[in-house]
Every structure is written in structure tokens, then in C-alpha cells.
Design a protein around this ligand. Structure first.
Ligand SMILES: *Cc1c(COP(=O)(O)O)cnc(C)c1O
Length: 421
């Protein structure tokens, strides 16, 4: 199928549509470009040498054009480099989004996005809880330059979201809605379609953008662009990287939003990180499916455990739960993140965490190794006690990120740790 000097595309020969799993391995690169190397090399170079001065002039023109052409040529690695171009193409394999920009962290992706599309006086509406770094940025970094915000509970209905927007008194200034379905660590879905509807309703002079942090379920099990999102954001540190050995971020969307964002970018992922991510994407589907299977197994064990009060997992939603309706609308898989409340409080939670042998006691998620953390004292420690109570992030809550270990070994580990408390 691949010609020697032409890489594969989504719609290849005769409109036959290639599966994302195939594209993630082949798109954007052919061996003929690099001395026959089967895999893309690590392009360790800061500057690029076009064939003549005229070409370099054209590359700069293209760089600053409103609608830059893709793969037009490279000039300087802070702007873009070969590994990044291949990666950005492959990240689009799962979605209909037309463009992608990769950053050197998830927070860089979020911060650049918010700063690129907001100006002093604008207003942000967000779902609660949000990733700690994002909420800090909104409440401190952006508030300091006159960009204000209001939150709404993750599981709100459209009516409730609008209530919180109106109550803020700034609905006319609304510029961005940013959400995180499912919320961390409460595993509550935010209805993407309702947010898209709200964004449209308040787009009077300027389009209100809907940005979705899709780190937990994407790109396999939730495609926000299919439900009206303008920007899909990832911490690529998590499932996309998948081996807990890199930090990176990505934003996907139409060219009209990604082009200005890429133009504002000063912090793309470097050559080695881009290469690691290319390696990771080849196994993304296999890894995420394996991790989800482990999570289903572990959630079923936890939900009946006498030392567990409550288990939160998309795979345990009951059919009469409004969250289940949202799940059916926008998700195609239940993911590999679980939270549960241990009977007791911080003391029991810490004793349990310290007794685990296979699960590593650490923050972050999405890697091949299983992780366990205590949100109240770590990722959500800068919320006030009152906020944590409102969001039901208790002292007995433990969050699990399931890895790829043998499922029975994970149950063995949890069981021996429960026995120690
Ligand atoms: C980790 C994470 C981030 C931040 O990403 P970094 O790569 O750590 O900068 C943002 N959102 C979510 C949901 C995350 O889990």
C-alpha cells in the first residue's frame, strides 16, 4: 500500500478508510526519507537547511501565513521539527480533527490555549473539579490579568450550567468553556453536548470556544469533536505516552483554531520526547484496552469489598443514573481510572497505600504500571476543606490508575493491603 516516498493517509487508495491502529504505526513517515530506516530517527538538530535561500524565505512566509501549508518545510526546531510533524499527523488518526499542536507538557498545552484565545475582561466557565494545575492557572495566573471565571459541578444539567453562568453576572463576557469529562478524582462525566449548546447560545459577537481536556478517555473512548468541542486537549504524559517516562501535551481541532495556537507556541515537545511518543502511539489501543480490562476486573472486586464504602467507576454506572445517559451519548469505553472511599479516613487510607506492593504510591496516571494515590493530600490539597467536601473528595478516597500487570496479581496486592488496615 505504501509507495516508497509517500506516507499513508486516512483515506488511502479508492477511498478505503484505514483504521487508526494502522495509521498510528505508518502515517506521516516513509523509510525512503531517512536512508531506509524503518522507524523515524530522532532528529537531533536545532536548525534545518532548505535547498536554497528562496525556499527558506518561503518557509518563513508560510510559517506566518493565516493558513499555512502542511509539511511545507522546516526552518527551526522551536517552531517545528520532523519528529513533531510525524507525531502531529499520527495523533489525528483517531479523530476527524484536521490539525494538531504538540507541546512540552499538558499544562503548556492548556496554558497556551487559554492565553491564546482569551484577553483581559473575558470570562471562563469551567466544570468542577478540574485538574489542579488548570484550576491554579484559572484562579491565579489568568485572574491576575483580568480574566475571571466561575465553575459548575461536573454532573450538572444544561439548566444548572446556565444557572452558574448567569449567577456570575458575566455571561456576556463568556469566551471559553473548559471541561474535563470524566472529572478527576470523582470520575463524573460532563455533558459535552450541553456545553457545546451553551457555547453556541452565548456566541453573540464572537464564537465562544469549548475546550475539552480528554486525557482520561481519549482518543479511544471519547471524541469531543463529535459532540461540538472546538479544542480537544491532552496531557500526553498519561495514556498517549503510557510508560510514565515523558512529559508532553497536545491540542487538536480545526485549522482555524490550531494555526494561531501553533503560531503562539514557544514550547513544542523536543526531538526525543516526540520520538518516544511515536513509539507509544503504536501500542496505544492495545495498552488502553488491556488497562481497561484490568480496571473492570478490579472495580468488580472493590464494589463488594467490606472495607470499601463507595466505588466510582464508569463501568459501575446504573442504567437509571443520569450520568449513564451522558455516558451513552459520548463514551464508547469505561476507561481505566477508579476512585473508591475506604471505610475510615486519612489514617486508614495512608496505611492501605503504604501496604501496597505492586501498585506504586504516586500521582499521575495512564502508565503500564498501576498507581494508587490519595487525592485529598496531593492533587487536590490546594482546594479548601469546604471545596473538597462539596466535591466529595474525602480523606478516605483513593484513586487507582490501572496498568498492565496480570489482573489476579493486582487483586492479590489489594487484598493483602486491605488486611493490614
Ligand atoms: C496530568 C494532567 C494534566 C497536566 O498535564 P502535564 O503533562 O502534567 O503538564 C492536565 N489535565 C489532566 C486531566 C491531567 O491528568
Amino acid at each position: 500500500m505504501t509507495k516508497k516516498n509517500k506516507s499513508v493517509h486516512k483515506k488511502d487508495t479508492n477511498n478505503y478508510e484505514l483504521h487508526p491502529r494502522t495509521l498510528a504505526i505508518h502515517a506521516g513517515y516513509v523509510s525512503g526519507w531517512s536512508e531506509g530506516a524503518a522507524k523515524p530517527p530522532i532528529f537531533m538538530t536545532s536548525t534545518w537547511v532548505p535547498k536554497n535561500a528562496r525556499k527558506l524565505e518561503l518557509i518563513f512566509k508560510n510559517m506566518h501565513a493565516k493558513n499555512p501549508k502542511e509539511n511545507f518545510g522546516l526552518a527551526y526546531s522551536r517552531v517545528s521539527h520532523a519528529g513533531l510533524e510525524i507525531l502531529e499527523k499520527r495523533l489525528r488518526s483517531w479523530n476527524k480533527e484536521k490539525a494538531c499542536a504538540v507541546f512540552d507538557s499538558g499544562m503548556a498545552a492548556i496554558e497556551r490555549t487559554l492565553r491564546c484565545f482569551l484577553k483581559p475582561g473575558d470570562f471562563i466557565l469551567y466544570s468542577e473539579p478540574l485538574y489542579g494545575g488548570t484550576i491554579n492557572l484559572i484562579k491565579h495566573g489568568l485572574a491576575a490579568i483580568g480574566i475571571h471565571s466561575a465553575g459548575f459541578p461536573a454532573d450538572s444539567s444544561l439548566k444548572e450550567m446556565e444557572y452558574f453562568l448567569k449567577k456570575s453576572g458575566h455571561s456576556k463576557k463568556l469566551a471559553i468553556i473548559i471541561i474535563e469529562p470524566p472529572a478527576n478524582p470523582t470520575i463524573q462525566l460532563v455533558d459535552i453536548e450541553s456545553c457545546a449548546y451553551l457555547a453556541l447560545k452565548y456566541s453573540e459577537k464572537k464564537k465562544v470556544l469549548l475546550a475539552v481536556d480528554n486525557t482520561f478517555l481519549g482518543p479511544l473512548w471519547q471524541n469531543p469533536d463529535l459532540h461540538g468541542a472546538d479544542l480537544t486537549i491532552y496531557s500526553a504524559t498519561k495514556y498517549l505516552g503510557g510508560h510514565s517516562d515523558l512529559i508532553a501535551g497536545a491540542v487538536l481541532g480545526d485549522k482555524n483554531v490550531i494555526n494561531p495556537l501553533r503560531d503562539a507556541r514557544q514550547d513544542p515537545a523536543d526531538a526525543f520526547t516526540a520520538w518516544l511518543l511515536l513509539r507509544s502511539l503504536e501500542t496505544l489501543e492495545l495498552r488502553m484496552e488491556g488497562q481497561m480490562n484490568n480496571a473492570i476486573y478490579v472495580a468488580n472486586y472493590l464494589r463488594n469489598h467490606p472495607k470499601v464504602r463507595k466505588t466510582r467507576y464508569l463501568g459501575l454506572l446504573k442504567e437509571n443514573d443520569p450520568q449513564y445517559i451522558t455516558y451513552q451519548k459520548q463514551c464508547t469505553g469505561v476507561g481505566a481510572m477508579i476512585s473508591f472511599d475506604i471505610k475510615g479516613g486519612k489514617q486508614e487510607a495512608f496505611a492501605f497505600l503504604d501496604a501496597l506492593k505492586i501498585f506504586q504510591g504516586a500521582v499521575s496516571l495512564g502508565g503500564t504500571e498501576s498507581l494508587a494515590s490519595h487525592p485529598a493530600s496531593t492533587t487536590h490539597s490546594n482546594l479548601s476543606a469546604e471545596e473538597r467536601k462539596r466535591m466529595e473528595i474525602g480523606q478516605g478516597m483513593i484513586r487507582l490508575s490501572l496498568g498492565l500487570e496480570y489482573h489476579k496479581d493486582l487483586i492479590f496486592d489489594l487484598e493483602q493491603a486491605f488486611k493490614k488496615i
